[in-house]
Design a protein. Structure first.
Length: 173
């Protein structure tokens, strides 16, 4: 699969549609209201400011299949080697082995950028995402109970993390 770097100009509407499908129909994202195009501008600006990748791939019609990205885990200096990731495929592209390819590419980017751990915060009921991350070598790292409320019920979330061998020479700059 050929991966591209997504841009606001070319891919914001397609990423927005994927986000909004997840927001309105699932507990993968803990938001109530559909996002607007304005939020996508800020989203891309934040990625760009942090030098974080937004990778995507296109189908034969040139339409975005999905995307994967990471960003700041917590905004304090000593967390600088940690990132929190997200990976979302269009509904009709799920379950075909593509998500795994996206994550392999994203993990490679994280190694190249010298990060040390990739963290996924997953809705505890999202069993397919949990199985997917375990399949990629991510390990369970804890549960936060009733940390969210959506669709009339409390939601737990679980942390999963992958430790990387990078960076070779961590610093405290
Ligand atoms: C989660 C998601 C990115 C996974 O991508 P995908 O393309 O559907 O997953 P893949 O087909 O690449 O699966 C990769 C591996 O995980 C395993 N896996 C995926 N879903 C699984 C499930 N429900 N149960 C067991 N194993 C599962 C597959 O068996 C496969 O293993 P294999 O390589 O040994 O065959 C995708 O389904 C998605 O976008 N879901 C909706 C959004 C979402 O929940 N994002 C994550 C938020 S934390």
């Amino acid at each position: 699969m050929k991966f591209i770097d997504c841009t606001y100009e070319l891919h914001a509407p397609e990423i927005l549609a994927i986000f909004n499908h997840a927001i309105l129909n699932t507990t993968a994202l803990w938001e109530y209201k559909a996002r607007t195009t304005d939020t996508m501008k800020i989203w891309f600006e934040t990625k760009s400011a942090g030098n974080f990748p937004v990778i995507g791939a296109l189908d034969e019609q040139g339409t975005l299949i999905g995307f994967a990205s990471y960003g700041t885990f917590r905004p304090w200096a000593a967390y600088k080697y940690s990132v929190e990731h997200s990976v979302y495929l269009r509904q009709d592209q799920q379950g075909k082995g593509l998500g795994k390819l996206f994550m392999q590419e994203l993990i490679q980017r994280a190694k190249t950028q010298g990060f040390h751990t990739i963290i996924g915060a997953i809705d505890a009921d999202n069993k397919s995402s949990i199985a997917f991350h375990e399949n990629l070598g991510f390990e369970y790292a804890g549960t936060l109970k009733q940390a969210g409320y959506k669709f009339g019920r409390w939601l737990d979330f679980v942390f999963y993390q992958l430790i990387l061998e990078t960076p070779l020479h961590p610093t405290e700059d």
